[in-house]
Design a protein around this ligand. Structure first.
Ligand code: NAD
Length: 477
C-alpha cells in the first residue's frame, strides 16, 4: 500500500503563476512497479537483434525531430531556457539518439589470442539490465537522452527520475519516444529525493547528474548495494586569460559562458583568471555582459532568462552581498530583477581573494569573479585550488603556452580559445575531483558504463582441456 500521495508541481520560472504540470509523485510502490515492468522489457530487448535496437533509436530520433518546435517551447516554459539555446538542445537530443543508433551496430566486444590456435577467447558486452537515471533540470532533454540513448542502444531498459522542476519535459519526451520503443523500456517516475532513493534501491546501475551533495549520497547508496554508479556533479570552471590574448574577444566569450542561460550550466565560467594587468579585460567583460539581452526566454534575442526558483535567485543575491562584505568589488549586478519571474541581474565581482567563498563554491546562477594573478604558475595554482575539476579554458594565441598550461590543469575537459560551456556528445565527458565519480559519459565511453563484459572461451569439440605440459597457456587461474 502506498504510504501517501504527494502532488508535485512544476512552475514556469519567468511566470511563477503558470503551472506547467501537476502530477502525483511516484512513491516506493510505483517505482517498484516501474522497475518490474522495465525488467521484463529489458530481458526481451537484450535478446533483440542489434539492428532492431538501432532502428528503434532512429525512429525515436525522428519522433523528437518531428516535435522539435513543441518540445523547444516546453523547455522554454518549464525551465526558462532562452529559446535559441532550447532549440539547439532539442537538436542535440536528436543527434544523440542518431549517434547511439549507430553505436548499437558497432562490434560488441573483442577477441583475444585463444588457448589453442583453433580455440576462441572472446570478451563480449552484455547489458546490465535496468538502468536508473537521476537528472537535473538544466538540460531537461540532452542529459536524459545522453544517458538513455546509450543505455537503450546496448540493450538495457531505462527508468528516469527527472528533477521535479523539469517533470513536464521528461514526461513529454517519454510520450514522444514511446511509439518507437517496446512497452516498458523507457519509463519516467516523477518525484524528488524519496523517489530517487527508491529507484537507487531497485535498479541494476545508476547514472546521476546534479549537485555534489546528492551525487555523493547516490554513489554511496549504489555502492552499498553493490551496483555500478556514475555521478556528474558541480563545477567552478575557470577561464585563464594570458597577456597576449585579445581582451575584447576573450571577454566576449567569457561573458557568454558565464551568463548564458543565467549561468545555470555545470560548464559555466565562474572564474576569469587574468594573468598580468586585468584592467582591459575587466572593462571589456563588464561591457560584454552589459550587451547580453536579459528578459523573456521566449524572445529569440534573449541570452539571460530567469533562474529556476525563488531560492535560487536568493542564493545569487546573497552570494553577491557576501562577496562585497568580504572585500570584493561589485562590478555589475547583484540584485533581484524587476517583475514577477525569478530574474536576477548578471553579476561580476573582482578584488576577491581566491579563497573567498564565491571563488570556491558553486552558486549556479549568473555570477562570476575576476581574479588577477601575477604569472602562469599562480594562474594554475588558483585554477586548481578548488574542490571541483570539470572544465577549464585558456585564452592565448600561443599554442605552446596553451599546451603547457592545459597539461597542468586538474579538469576533465580543457578548451583553448573556447568557452568552458559546451558539450560534444561524440567525446568522453566528465570531470576530476568532486565534479565526477565513476566512468565517463558520452562518446564511446558510455558503453563501459552501460554494459559489462563476459569473457567466453570456446574450444573445438573433442579438444577438451589442454593436457598438462602442453605448450599452451601454462599459467591458469
Ligand atoms: P540536485 O542535486 O538538487 O538534483 C539532481 C537530481 O537528484 C534531481 O532529480 C533530484 O530530484 C534528485 N535527488 C535529490 N535528492 C536525492 C536523493 N537523496 N536521492 C536520489 N535523488 C535525489 O541538482 P539540480 O539542482 O537539479 O541541478 C543543479 C546541479 O547539477 C548543479 O550542481 C550543476 O553543476 C549540476 N550539473 C552537473 C552536470 C554535469 O554533467 N557535471 C550537468 C548539469 C548540472
Amino acid at each position: 500500500m502506498e504510504a501517501r500521495q504527494v502532488a508535485l508541481e512544476s512552475r514556469s520560472p519567468q511566470r511563477p503563476d503558470d503551472l506547467v504540470v501537476e502530477v502525483e509523485e511516484a512513491g516506493t510502490e510505483a517505482v517498484a512497479g516501474a522497475v518490474e515492468r522495465a525488467r521484463a522489457a529489458a530481458a526481451r530487448w537484450a535478446a533483440a537483434p542489434a539492428l532492431e535496437r538501432s532502428a528503434a533509436l532512429v525512429a525515436a530520433a525522428d519522433a523528437l525531430a518531428g516535435a522539435a518546435e513543441e518540445v523547444t517551447g516546453l523547455v522554454v516554459r518549464e525551465v526558462g531556457k532562452p529559446v535559441t539555446e532550447a532549440g539547439a538542445e532539442v537538436g542535440r537530443g536528436v543527434g544523440i539518439l542518431r549517434y547511439y543508433a549507430q553505436q548499437a551496430l558497432d562490434p560488441d566486444g573483442e577477441t583475444y589470442p585463444g588457448p589453442s590456435p583453433a580455440g576462441l577467447l572472446l570478451a563480449r558486452r552484455r547489458p546490465r539490465g535496468v538502468v536508473g537515471l537521476i537528472t537535473p533540470w538544466n538540460f531537461p532533454v540532452a542529459i536524459p537522452l545522453w544517458k538513455a540513448a546509450p543505455a537503450l542502444a546496448f540493450g538495457n531498459a531505462v527508468v528516469l527520475k527527472p528533477s521535479p522542476e523539469s517533470t513536464a519535459v521528461a514526461l513529454r519526451l517519454a510520450e514522444l519516444l514511446a511509439p518507437a520503443l517496446p512497452d516498458g523500456l523507457l519509463q519516467v517516475v516523477p518525484g524528488g529525493a524519496e523517489t530517487g532513493t527508491a529507484l537507487v534501491d531497485r535498479v541494476d546501475c545508476v547514472s546521476f547528474t546534479g549537485s555534489v551533495a546528492v551525487g555523493r549520497r547516490v554513489a554511496v547508496a549504489a555502492t552499498e548495494r553493490g551496483i555500478p554508479s556514475q555521478a556528474e556533479m558541480g563545477g567552478l570552471n575557470a577561464s585563464i586569460v594570458l597577456p597576449d590574448a585579445d581582451p575584447q574577444r576573450a571577454a566576449g566569450v567569457v561573458a557568454g559562458a558565464a551568463m548564458g542561460y543565467a549561468g545555470q550550466k555545470c560548464t559555466a565560467t565562474s572564474r576569469a583568471i587574468v594573468v598580468g594587468d586585468p584592467a582591459r579585460f575587466t572593462e571589456a567583460l563588464i561591457a560584454a555582459v552589459g550587451d547580453l539581452a536579459v528578459g523573456d526566454p521566449a524572445e529569440a534575442a534573449t541570452v539571460i532568462g530567469p533562474v529556476i526558483t525563488e531560492p535560487a535567485r536568493a542564493r545569487v543575491v546573497a552570494a553577491a552581498e557576501e562577496a562585497a562584505a568580504a572585500g570584493g568589488r561589485l562590478l555589475t549586478g547583484g540584485t533581484a530583477g524587476d517583475g514577477a519571474g525569478w530574474f536576477v541581474t548578471p553579476t561580476l565581482v573582482d578584488r576577491l581573494a581566491p579563497d573567498a567563498r564565491l571563488a570556491q563554491e558553486e552558486v549556479f546562477g549568473p555570477i562570476a569573479v575576476v581574479l588577477a594573478v601575477a604569472d602562469e604558475d599562480e594562474a594554475v595554482r588558483v585554477a586548481n585550488g578548488v574542490r571541483y575539476g570539470l572544465v577549464g579554458s585558456v585564452f592565448t594565441g600561443d599554442l605552446d603556452r596553451a599546451l603547457h598550461l592545459a597539461a597542468r590543469l586538474d579538469t576533465g575537459m580543457i578548451r583553448v580559445n573556447a568557452p568552458t560551456s559546451g558539450v560534444e556528445y561524440l567525446a568522453p565527458f566528465g570531470g576530476e575531483k568532486d565534479s565526477s565519480f565513476g566512468p565517463r559519459e558520452q562518446g564511446k565511453a558510455a558503453r563501459d558504463f552501460y554494459t559489462s563484459t563476459r569473457t567466453i572461451t570456446v574450444l573445438p569439440e573433442g579438444s577438451g582441456e589442454p593436457q598438462r605440459g602442453a605448450p599452451v597457456n601454462r599459467a591458469r587461474g
